[in-house]
Design a protein around this ligand. Structure first.
Ligand SMILES: *[C@@H]1O[C@H](CO)[C@@H](O)[C@H](O)[C@H]1NC(C)=O
Ligand SMILES: *[C@@H]1O[C@H](CO)[C@@H](O)[C@H](O)[C@H]1NC(C)=O
Length: 983
């Protein structure tokens, strides 16, 4: 949402009032790049980068000191077990690292490495810490929901004592080639190497070791000023290991006590013959990830994943943002593979590209480049999943099986959301609602930021400004609209506030390193944080949302979870100390990146249980996320700025969310900080109309900018972008359903839809909407009136608005006029998509409107598409209460059939399906209709055992319009089978 600097005035006032001025606050005031760690300031990152440099400098003489003892290895029923021995000195000492490689029916493989001594809790913690002794191994509890059934048919064949080859996956086309000394695993598909773990020998698990105390140094330990002096007294360790960041670390005035000492896990993974890698959100940069170790147009820092409240974030940067999904896909012509690094601790990823590929497949075909990656996490077991594709959609599907797919949304939530920090009163909300209507601007949801509460105490209302929240909710409900209120994870630590009393009394807060309730600073001042790793905390959280407890909320109230990284204004890097303790005595360092998801999930669970017998799909927006968050809601890209660069950056960021399994994503339309000029605001609405999550939002210091405040022509421009979104609602909902079924992105980049069209692999500013064939390239530059759109194939393309076929050529760009009032939108031949064309105030009011079908004829005269519809609110779709149609144009016939081959007789009919009985296909527009239809006036419709004649009109086309045909007043029921015969 924001951070304090911009509202310094109101903040200072609050602090003075509470008598708590101070330096605490200086942390929040100047958050900028330097307030977040660079790799060299993060001990384990620096140690692993240095280790890599040392290894690489030794060239082929380098051998990783990790090997498997052949006698200790076994393969049975799809599982390979072994112990890796790590040599730790030249006297032959080793540590034991248990390894499991499992092969799953889904075609994924999983590699897990633990450390025996820590597993057996046979270590000593320093500082009397109460933390757990093991490496964190519960990330899967939160992230993984399926896809791990072991493939007992996987076949292994030993290569003497040097290793084992295991065949698995579809028709045994995948192979894992495990080498013992040094340890490495190469993954092959159809006999060709795709990727290799420990290819460059950079594997590193920092084993436990006792701290050898040096009395004098210990005394001086905390004396920062004498650091230099200390170094002189105690020269480097004889073995040359740099211990300086092993035992504690200080950054920005905060010291991390690190009771378990160094424990990082790191691994290099090489993708053979792949020159593009995507994923590992959240970063503000291009979709095709950059190299990170310097060079032309490369970063010098690794990509970082450490969920943080980075306000006014910088663009084109590997710096961490609010959420983390450690899934990386590698792509080259006709081939995609991926790796999911299941770790919740601070993680850094280096990417470099080697010009000489080792992949024989790459010879003569595709790029001769290998992408080399180096994954470095602070703590936890080493745990990763390997996906061998071969297509981007195979990877999306397998990742969806593993971490879950996007939840079926509340249908209203894909309409337009009107937000600002803050709508100041219930009257203000009502007034905005009325004005949207007066100007005929559709919207579905109005939002309340933190100021609606009484002194930032969640579950309360400001008594003066929100006297009557129920009447506000009722006015919204009159047009099917909703209210979203914010609830954050920090609970104000103040007397006579039942929520904090209960949190403390039941010991449900995150603890500090001494085991006492952690107290830090956030919006309310002194606060405590609910620990949603604790099942009792979720149970309690649920009780707070009951309608009779959170008074003023009603059935159309939904939720927004912000600041859940968690943001702690006076904490290290604006978050929690890493040595804080969670439920189960895990350190915050172990679980940091998952924390936001557990809170988001708790709110989701709470909304499921607001009232007995009321089972509706929750809507909860989150800022922080991890792999799996897609199961419980939507995300947005946090505190962006009202400038053209941020508008441009939003598109690759949202595309990246989609290919990383969390497609219900959007950016603040208009930009959070600052005031967009009307042209920027208009262009942003035009782009936002194609974000899966579409919300206008503004900072408290930004001027009011509800769409009706714009002067003409901008108001009309924005209103028509909104109406375009609303007319395409059935297509959006169908795309969400597809994402729900198979993990596919809702808006799709070129490499994903056209995996063999190399010219599109680094294009990240245009996209397809689901499988509609609608290709969009939002204008993101000031004064631009012509857009170049990349055309990925030989199909016919038409202008969305004029139906003109365009002079496209595969692999070339097409110039499209894009004056301010228009959005560059094309339609690809071969698709059929549904619309609802009657303009309404909200999605709910469109629920039983008739449909329009747009048939876009391909070069060979065919087209196909789908519609999915259900009540958009309950879980009845899980019992089969939905409509799912396939439309097909083939030969001279256009047909509608059940997409799943279900027999209508056996579909149970509830209220929604009964109401849908009368909903029909009203109009069909055939774009690119053959010219021999020109004299046709009628066509035959056959449905429900009856034949009738319906009117066809063929429009020849003109200078500004392409030829097309319409079939009017079709009247065929949307849920019924029908055929139109054009002969
Ligand atoms: C597996 O093999 C069968 C028979 O050769 C073939 O029909 C099928 O398409 C193959 N499946 C995959 C996923 O390659
Ligand atoms: C979500 O909450 C449910 C119910 O308490 C729990 O079983 C599940 O593990 C939680 N998942 C996450 C990701 O927090």
């Amino acid at each position: 949402m924001r951070t304090p600097s911009q509202s310094l005035l109101s903040w200072s006032a609050l602090l003075c009032a509470s008598g708590l001025l101070s330096s605490l606050f200086s942390v929040g005031v100047a958050v900028k790049e330097n307030d977040f760690k660079k790799c060299h300031q993060s001990g384990f990152c620096k140690r692993n980068r240095d280790y890599a440099d040392k290894a690489i400098a030794q060239g082929s003489s380098w051998q990783a000191p990790y090997k498997i003892l052949p006698t200790e290895a076994s393969f049975k029923n799809g599982l390979f077990h072994a112990t890796i021995l790590k040599s730790i000195d030249d006297k032959g000492s080793t540590v034991e690292l248990p390894l499991t490689v499992s092969f799953h029916k889904s075609g994924t493989a999983r590699v897990t490495i633990d450390e025996k001594q820590r597993q057996e809790k046979n270590i000593e913690l320093r500082h009397n810490s109460q933390a757990r002794k093991e490496r964190y191994n519960e990330a899967e509890t939160w992230a993984i929901v399926g896809g791990t059934t072991v493939d007992v048919d996987a076949k292994g064949s030993y290569s003497g004592d040097s290793g084992i080859k295991i065949q698995y996956g579809p028709n045994s086309t995948f192979e894992a080639d495990i080498k013992y000394d040094p340890y490495s695993i190469e993954f092959k598909r159809d006999g060709y190497a795709q990727l290799k773990l420990n290819d460059r020998g950079l594997i590193n698990l920092e084993h436990w070791r006792p701290k050898v105390e040096k009395p004098v140094a210990e005394e001086k330990k905390d004396d920062g000023e004498n650091a230099e002096e200390k170094k002189e007294e105690f020269p480097a360790e004889p073995e040359g290991e740099d211990e300086s960041t092993w035992w504690d670390e200080t950054f920005g005035g905060n010291t991390d006590s690190k009771p378990r000492g160094p424990e990082s896990v790191a691994l290099d993974i090489t993708f053979f013959g792949y020159d593009h890698v995507y994923g590992i959100p959240e970063h503000a940069g291009p979709l095709s990830l950059k190299e990170t170790r310097g060079g032309d147009d490369a970063y010098t820092e690794p990509y970082r994943l450490y969920n943080s409240d980075v306000f006014e974030y910088i663009l084109d940067s590997p710096m961490t943002l609010y959420g983390a999904i450690p899934l990386m896909q590698a792509h080259s012509k006709d081939s995609t593979v991926a790796v999911f690094w299941l770790n919740a601790a601070e993680t850094w990823i280096d990417i470099t590209k080697a010009k000489e590929s080792k992949n024989p497949l790459a010879l003569g075909k595709g790029p001769k480049i290998d992408t080399q990656t180096h994954w470095i996490s602070e703590a936890g077991v080493m745990d990763l999943f390997i996906f061998l594709g071969p297509t981007p959609s195979d990877v999306s599907k397998a990742f969806g099986e593993l971490t879950g797919t996007t939840a079926m949304p509340q249908e209203f939530s894909i309409g337009y959301h009107q937000c600002r920090w803050n709508y100041v009163s219930d009257d203000d909300v009502k007034e905005v609602d009325r004005k949207m209507d007066r100007h005929q601007i559709p919207y579905d949801v109005i939002w309340l930021d933190i100021e609606y509460t009484e002194e930032k105490k969640y579950f309360t209302w400001d008594k003066d400004m929100f006297k009557d929240p129920i009447s506000m909710g009722q006015q919204l409900d009159a047009h099917g609209r909703k209210l979203v209120v914010i609830i954050d994870p920090h609970i104000k630590n103040i007397g006579s506030y039942p929520v904090i009393d209960e949190l403390k009394a039941n010991s449900l807060a995150i603890k500090n390193k001494e085991g006492r309730d952690f107290d830090g600073w956030c919006w309310p001042g002194s606060s405590m944080w609910i620990d949603c790793f604790n099942p009792s905390a979720i149970k309690w959280w649920k009780s707070l949302f009951k309608y009779n407890r959170f008074k003023g909320t009603m059935e159309n109230t939904w939720l927004w979870n912000d600041m859940n990284e968690p943001s702690v204004f006076n904490g290290p890097e604006v978050t929690m100390p890493k040595d804080n303790l969670h439920y189960g005595s895990w350190e915050h360092r172990d679980v940091h990146n998952i924390n936001g998801m557990t809170f988001h999930n708790a709110t989701y669970q709470a909304l499921l249980s607001r009232k007995k017998g009321e089972l509706r799909r929750p809507f909860v927006l989150t800022r922080s996320f991890y792999a799996g968050s897609q199961r419980v809601g939507a995300m947005w890209t946090g505190d962006n700025q009202a400038n053209w660069e941020h508008l441009g950056a939003s598109i690759p960021m949202i595309l990246n969310q989609g290919v990383s399994g969390f497609p219900f994503a959007g950016a603040d339309v208009g930009g959070f900080f600052g005031n967009p000029e009307p042209e920027l605001q208009s262009r942003w609405y035009q782009a936002g109309a194609f974000y899966p999550f579409f919300r206008g939002h503004a900072h408290i210091d930004a001027r009011r900018r509800e769409p009706y405040l714009l002067a003409e022509p901008y108001r009309t421009i924005v209103a028509s972008a909104l109406r375009l979104r609303y007319s395409l609602m059935p297509s959006w909902y169908t795309a969400f359903h597809q994402a729900h079924r198979d993990g596919s992105p809702i808006i799709r980049p070129m490499y994903w839809t056209h995996p063999s069209s190399e010219g599109g692999f680094s294009i990240d500013n245009q996209f397809f909407l689901g499988s509609t064939g609608i290709l969009v390239k939002p204008v993101v530059s000031r004064g631009k009136t012509i857009e170049d759109i990349y055309i990925p194939d030989d199909e016919a393309y038409y202008n969305y608005f004029t139906y003109q076929q365009l002079p496209t050529k595969k692999g070339k760009t097409l110039k499209v006029d894009a004056p301010i009032e228009s959005i560059p939108v094309l339609m690809r031949g071969g698709h059929i998509f549904p619309r609802r064309d009657i303009p309404r105030r909200s999605v709910q009011l469109m629920k039983f409107d008739d449909y329009t079908l747009i048939v876009v004829v391909s070069k060979d005269g065919t087209a196909e598409g789908q519609l999915y519809a259900d009540d958009g609110d309950s879980f009845d779709y899980q019992k089969g209460e939905y409509i799912h149609r396939t439309f097909k144009l083939e030969g001279s016939k256009l047909t509608s059939t059940d997409a799943e081959g279900r027999d209508a007789k056996y579909i149970k009919r509830g209220d929604w399906l009964k109401n849908m009985q009368d909903v029909a296909v009203d109009k069909i527009i055939i774009v690119g209709a053959p010219s021999f239809w020109a004299d046709k006036k009628e066509v035959k419709l056959e449905t429900e055992g009856k034949q009738s004649i319906v009117k066809l009109e063929y429009i020849k086309g003109a200078a500004n319009q392409g030829p097309f045909a319409t079939v009017g007043r079709v009247g065929a029921k949307i849920g019924a089978d029908w055929t139109i015969d054009f002969t």
